[in-house]
Structure formats: structure tokens, C-alpha cells
Design a protein around this ligand. Sequence first.
Ligand code: UDX
Ligand code: UDX
Length: 469
Amino acid sequence: MNSVRRNMNILCIGAGYVGGPTMAVIAAKCPDIQVTVVDINPDRISRWNSDHLPIYEPGLDEVVRAARGRNLFFSTDIEAGIHDADIIFVSVNTPTKMFGTGAGMAADLQYWEKTARQIRECADAPKIIVEKSTLPVKTAQAMKRIFDAGNHQNRFTVLSNPEFLAEGSAVRDLENPDRVLIGSDASPAGIQARDRLVDVYARWVPRNRILTTNIWSSELSKLVSNAFLAQRISSVNAISALCEKTDADISEVARAVGMDSRLGSRFLNASVGFGGSCFKKDILNLVYLCRYYGLEEVADYWEGVVRINEYQKERFVVNMLGTMFHTLSGKRICLFGFAFKADTGDTRESPGIFVAKRLIEEQAELVISDPKALENARRDLADVQGNIRYVEDPYEAASGADAIALITEWPQYAALDYDRIFRTMVQPAFIFDGRNILDHQRLHGIGFNVFPIGKPALTHFHEAPGIRP
Ligand code: UDX
Ligand code: UDX
């Protein structure tokens, strides 16, 4: 680790999707600050130090290359990192707890608490601790108690600074955020620590976009932001089911609704379901908090967002089954895309996992294609018994298939030569567009039976046009 003393030393514990890009951008924007990212996983760290970063994110290679070795360092030496740091960001994972009280709902805080204890043991000078991980409300208070235990009183100031970046646009979101949120307590130490962190962001973020709040509002705002975003998708997906019954078109409805400036047009794309590491986890966390405080109705309300998402994923598979004559056994189905969204190789909570497992249950044969996510897909489905192949080239993947199911909105899938694909598929050929990004009329013209989300189906069967099972 480079030990040149700069104006400030920032450490980040956790070199994941959040910690890595966030620190790379801080280092790029603040050449006078030394930024070190540490992780317990040595493979992850060695990949951050190589030409093959552990995550795919547009623009990230360039930002890392520019700062790495200058004022950005990746290391496994957590203790030295803590010792040298003025500000410590903690960005370790907080998965859904899978055991004991709150199993399947509450956040598992074991990594956070372990990290807090390690900071307490290794720190011999005052430190500012920044919660970057998304945490239940009141975690900062619990952490403060751990930090203050024994004879360590008041050496640590805890701030909440949730990250709002979305994968696939992480660098852009970090360089030009809608807002930066910093929560602190109202003590002089809290205010002073908050102002130091404000000064870091103010190097590139306009002041009026840096919001300061009390620590609980900050922690809660992150959960609520994700819950509201996911709620929009579940709302539009719920209406997509009604569109399919009524021959209304979800894109037309979403456009009409989104032009109301009070609502806005973004995040209204109907889909096979939302995925990603945050939405489900954070909503369940919110639901757990509400139940904990006895707010059953509020908990039920938000849980509905997750329920509709499960329903949408299942509906997609049931629709495939019904349309393909109620049996998928021995049929070959090609998945176009496996990542939870375009521009990332991340597959955490991807609807692709659910769809693949359900199709295997129906004894279909799967060929999975994705430009960035096949390594993760193989890992996700390692325990699944069934006939699954992983083929990056979409033409090869679709060859010999009965159906294509488009799972991820990679733009390259809209630009393929579907005449060529159609000729290599088993007839009748089906296409299920789980993202509504394909030219449905044109596909129908080629000869496909086309099933979008929330729009009339385009088939070559004898039933009335648009009919669905
Ligand atoms: C994580 C959390 O999931 C999310 O709630 C939070 O908002 C930000 O941090 P992400 O960066 O996507 O999100 O997680 P992940 O890619 O899993 O990275 C976490 C890293 O922390 C891993 O590399 C893991 O090895 C590391 N880690 C975990 C530690 O260094 N120490 C630990 O004790 C546990
Ligand atoms: C989300 C939040 O956007 C981000 O602010 C927070 O910090 C972390 O969680 P992320 O999970 O990376 O980010 O991706 P996001 O772009 O929000 O998409 C989540 C899921 O919703 C994806 O599966 C995406 O395909 C889906 N989605 C999104 C839709 O189905 N329809 C839409 O209109 C938008």
C-alpha cells in the first residue's frame, strides 16, 4: 500500500458493485485524496488490480486505469487500511437474513457488525465511519454502541451516506448524481464529520444537490427510494396483465400515464419482472421494519410490490407453457439475456434465474445466451439438474430452438437478423419478448408467433388474432 501522506485518506471496506465504482470516481475527482479499497476476498482484489476488473460497468475501466497506482489502491490489508484512514466507508454486503428471527425478510447484519468490531480494534485515532451499505433504520445507532464499547468512547462518528447508483450506469450516476444524501446526528462531532464528507463530494457535485438530514431519514430514504422505484415497475407490470386480457397496449398506456408531469415517464417499462441485488432485499427489509413496529397494514402494502413481481415472473412462464400447447417437455428454449438488466454482467435476483429454473421443471432444454453474464449464469444454475447449454453467439444459441424468450433488454438483441434466426428454428417458432424491445410486427411478418408483455399477441394460428391461453 502506498503510504504517501495526502490531504486525506479514505478507506472503503468492501470492493463490490458499490464500493469499487464509488471509490474509483472519488479518486478520479479528488487527486489529492488517497483512496484505498480493501476486501476479505483476495481474488476480487487481484482482479481490481488487473486488466480484467471483477465487474462490468461502462466507463469503469477508464476511470480505474486513470487513478489506480496514483491515488487509488486495492488491497487485502484491512488492518493497515483502517490504521491509515481518516474516513472509512463500509460497503460490505447486507443480504437478506436466511435464518432465525426475520429469516427471508430482515437484513443480515453479521458482516457489518464484524467489520465494525474490526474497525474498533484496529483504530488508534478518531475516525469517521460512513455507512454506504443499505441498512435498516437505526443501524447507525447500534453501530455507535459497538464503536463506543469499552474505552473507545467518542472516537468514532457514524454518518449515513446511501448510494443511489444503478448498475450499468454507475459511473455516470456517480459523476452526475441526482442527489448525494448525508445523514448525521446533531452533535458538534456529527456536524463536523458531515461537513468533511460534504466537502469531498462538493469537489464535483453542485452544493444544492448535496442533501443533509438526520441519520434515520438518510437510512430510511434509501429503502424508500428503492421501494418507490420497484413499486412503479410492479404497478406497470400489474396493468400489463390486464392489457393482455383486454387488448389494450401497455406501451400506449404507459406513455399516456407518463406524460402527466406529476408522474414522469421513466421506470414505466413493463417487463418479465424486476431483478437486481437491491429491490427485493430492500423492500423486504422495509416490510420487516414495519412489522417490527406493529404497522401490519403498511407492511402488507409494500409486500404487495414483491408479490406482484413474483406473479409477473410466473405469469411469463405460464404464458409460454399455455401458448406452446401446454407442454415444454423436450422442447428447446433459448434465453436471450440472463443479466438482470442490460449493460451489466450481474445476475443477482435476475428474472432469468427464475424463468430458467421453471422451464427446467417443465423439462424443457435450455440454451442461455448473454454478452456479459454467462459466467454468473453458470454459477447461478450450477445446482440445477437439467439440460442447459451456455452459448454466447445468439445465432448459434437460437439454432434448433422451438422458442426464444428475451429476458434482458440488451440492444443488440433488437438488431439481429431474425430472418436468418427463423430459418434455423423448429416450426412453429415462438418468441416471447420479456422486455418489449423487438419489432413485433416485423417478427410476425417473418413467420414468428410473437408474445410481447402487455400487448396483443401476433400469431399465425386460426384463433382470433391476439388470443392468449
Ligand atoms: C453491497 C450491499 O449488498 C448493499 O446493500 C449496499 O448498498 C452496498 O454494498 P454490493 O457492492 O453490490 O452491495 O455487494 P457485493 O458486490 O457483494 O460487495 C460486497 C463486498 O464486501 C464483497 O466483495 C465482499 O467480499 C466484501 N466483504 C464482505 C468484506 O470485505 N468483508 C466482509 O466482512 C463481508
Ligand atoms: C436500483 C436503483 O435504481 C438504484 O438507485 C439503487 O442504488 C440500487 O437499486 P439497479 O438494481 O442497479 O438500481 O437497477 P435498476 O435500473 O433500478 O433496475 C432494477 C430492475 O428493474 C432491473 O431488473 C430492470 O430491468 C427493471 N426495470 C427497470 C423494469 O423492469 N422496468 C423499468 O421501467 C425499469
